[in-house]
Design a binder for this molecule. Structure first.
Ligand code: PLP
Length: 398
């Protein structure tokens, strides 16, 4: 199909809720994608974090093929399935030994976390504290948890019981707490919020505060999870453990899946009839996710993430030295942000034109999150393109 034909279909039959460029992507492999006209791009923001081990990783493709020919879906009631059991074990063993509930997206996982925290306290505590500039999804409860007015505008009345505090401000969380607080929900690194890394003392302090007050610490690892930061889960950088954790994005290697992970005494609140998902934890998605874990381990992708993260960071730091309009480079592993002193949309558009896909969030933060399989050669090529776009921006300013 021609690009114009695909766009015409969207115009006639699709909702207009996404801002798209006139590009139709038809194929992906590793860190590369191709459009309908055959143009190749380096993808340094693959699937908004979904394709964290690269597009169409051969191990994931093979696992999906094999599983699709065997069994795609059985319902959670009344049956068990092998793949779901094995995936729960894989997550539990690599994290804090909790139990898993499976759903289909990050928002659903966070919605589940909010429900679980409230159910755990049986209605006696219901408030959830979340952080300014956080992002937790697009359901009614998760836009309310997302302390950013732009995501909430026009959707009221919003559910009650959400309280906000500035990110990285422990005192503000303490002041926001009362005897009705059920949980603190926070990302270890705010992704959409601009790659804001939680300070060490903040995360440790949240853990202590929650312990002291009997509040649950719920970590949204939808974007930070599955190795992207150089450890399996973002919290592992801080020497703490959460009570609840949510996952999605990279977990399924491109197939839709979300997970709610909780310490077993907390998971116990979801007795039969309290929470469910028809598609959640289906055989196909779980087989894909198992292949993602196997790939990360077998190919030592977290080692590569740490190495390539440092390499990429050194190029970004060099840009920051060269261009006065770069305010700061920050992040962990291959979750990096470049904050500009001006809007970044033109730089992102120029990069795409020249064959590199990156993202800009909060108007001024270039978000660069290549796949954990990325190579030195791919980073060099991407930095050539980004460097060109930055140079043009500098010339335009002069
Ligand atoms: N939580 C975080 C930290 C996210 O980055 C996102 C999506 O970007 C979500 C939740 C929502 O995930 P989904 O779009 O799969 O519902």
């Amino acid at each position: 199909m021609k690009t114009s034909e695909t766009i015409a279909l969207y115009e006639k039959y699709g909702f207009a809720n996404y801002t798209r460029l006139p590009v139709v992507i038809v194929r992906g492999q590793g860190s590369r994608i191709w459009d309908a006209d055959g143009k190749e791009y380096l993808d340094f923001f693959p699937g908004w974090g979904v394709s964290g081990i690269g597009h169409c990783h051969p191990r994931v493709v093979e696992a999906i093929r094999a599983q699709a020919g065997k069994l795609i879906h059985v319902p959670n009631v009344p049956f068990y399935s092998e793949e779901q059991g094995l995936l729960a074990k894989a997550i539990s063993e690599r994290s804090f030994g909790g139990k898993c509930f499976f759903c289909n997206s990050g928002a659903e996982a966070n919605e589940g976390a909010i429900k679980l925290a409230r159910k755990h306290f049986d209605g006696k505590r219901y408030k959830i504290i979340t952080m300014h500039n956080g992002f937790h999804g697009r359901t009614l409860a998760t836009i309310t948890a997302t302390a950013q007015p732009k995501y909430q505008a026009g959707f009221g009345p919003l559910p009650e019981g959400f309280v906000y505090a500035p990110f990285n401000d422990l005192g503000a969380v303490e002041r926001a707490m009362d005897d009705k607080t059920a949980a603190v929900l926070v990302e270890p690194i705010q992704g959409e919020g601009g790659i804001n890394v939680a300070a060490d003392g903040y995360m440790k302090g949240l853990r202590q505060l929650c312990d002291r007050t009997g509040t649950l610490l719920a970590l949204d690892e939808v974007q930070t999870g599955m190795g992207r930061t150089g450890k399996y889960f973002g919290y592992q950088h801080y020497g703490i453990e959460p009570d609840i954790m949510t996952l999605a994005k990279t977990l399924g290697g491109g197939v839709a899946i979300g997970a709610l992970v909780a310490k077993s005494e907390i998971a116990a609140a979801f007795v039969p009839g309290t929470h469910a998902s028809t598609f959640g934890g289906n055989n196909l998605a779980c087989a894909a996710a198992l292949a993602v874990f196997q790939t990360i381990d077998a190919e030592k992708l977290m080692d590569n993430t740490n190495k390539m993260g440092k390499y990429l960071r050194s190029s970004l730091d060099a840009f920051a030295k060269k261009y006065a309009f770069i305010k700061e480079v920050r992040g962990l592993g291959l979750m990096l942000g470049v904050e500009l002193k001006m809007p970044g949309a033109k730089i992102v558009a120029r990069c795409l034109q020249n064959g590199l896909n990156i993202n800009c969030t909060h108007d001024v933060v270039l978000r660069i999150m290549p796949a954990m399989t990325v190579t030195v050669g791919e980073i060099d090529k991407a930095m050539d393109i980004l460097g060109g776009a930055l140079e043009e921006a500098a010339n335009a300013q002069a």
